[in-house]
Each structure stands twice: as structure tokens, then as C-alpha cells.
Design a protein around this ligand. Structure first.
Ligand SMILES: [Ca+2]
Length: 146
């Protein structure tokens, strides 16, 4: 083999190793049962101001505007940031399989009695994530006493 061929083979080997590491990290990140959701904050009035609250929903079936209210609500969502800000939230403890996510925002409008008017936005686009099955360690079968 010439030195050039050895060099080429090494380069191919290096690329394959990097690809394997990347795929492994990607798979690991999906086995944790956590999903990091990111979105851009909406405003209180369309693109102006800051919304008052989020309503994030999760489901193991596709979410649409007709079933949004029946999907599991993610509690303790952070307070919205100003319009245009980058938002991020990690949903933890998800089971294996597909998970769908959608979010709405509400403004700070109140009714004539001062109660929240629950002026909700339309539903966001729907994001989807696959969670791999998390395997437990193999059972120990040689436990003994001396
Ligand atoms: Ca408003």
C-alpha cells in the first residue's frame, strides 16, 4: 500500500468513528425520556408585549385543535418572556414511543369582575418526538455467599 492509500483509509476510518459517536450520542439523548422543547415567545397582543401564561400539552396520539384540551397538561410552566424571546422547556419522565406536543398562550386580559378572561391564542404547530424504550440492567443470577 502506498502512503497515500494509507492516509485515505485512515481518513475514512476517522469519519466512520465520528459518525458512530454522533449516532450513539443521538440515541442516548433519546433514551433519557426527556424532551427539550424550544419555541419563540408570542406577545400579549399578537406581536406586542408579553403573554401571561402557557398551556403546554403532551399526548401519545397526534394533537389537533379538537383534542388539545383532553391531552395531558404539563404543569408548572415558566412565565412567558417578551415577544420574540427564545423559550425552552424540558418535559421529563416520558415513556417509550411517540409523543406529540402543542402549546397555547394566554394574555393578561380580565373581565368586568377582574377575573382572567382566558384570552387564549390559537394552538401552535405540533412537535413530535420518539422516545426509545429504556432497558433495565440484566438481572444478576450468580448471587452467592462464601
Ligand atoms: Ca391581549
Amino acid at each position: 500500500m502506498t502512503l497515500k492509500t494509507v492516509d485515505k483509509l485512515f481518513r475514512v476510518f476517522a469519519v466512520v468513528v465520528v459518525l458512530i459517536v454522533c449516532v450513539g450520542l443521538y440515541a442516548l439523548s433519546q433514551m433519557s425520556g426527556d424532551v427539550v422543547l424550544t419555541w419563540t415567545a408570542t406577545g400579549d397582543d399578537d406581536t406586542v408585549g408579553t403573554a401571561a401564561a402557557y398551556d403546554l400539552r403532551e399526548s401519545s396520539i397526534p394533537i389537533d385543535s379538537s383534542n388539545f384540551e383532553q391531552c395531558r397538561r404539563i404543569l408548572n410552566m415558566p412565565v412567558p418572556k417578551a415577544f420574540g424571546s427564545k423559550e425552552s422547556y424540558t418535559v421529563t419522565g416520558l415513556s417509550a414511543g411517540w409523543h406529540w406536543f402543542a402549546i397555547k398562550a394566554r394574555d393578561n386580559a380580565v373581565d368586568s369582575l377582574g377575573n382572567p378572561a382566558y384570552n387564549w391564542s390559537k394552538m401552535s404547530n405540533v412537535a413530535r418526538k420518539w422516545i426509545f424504550k429504556r432497558s433495565a440492567p440484566r438481572a444478576i443470577d450468580d448471587l452467592d455467599t462464601e
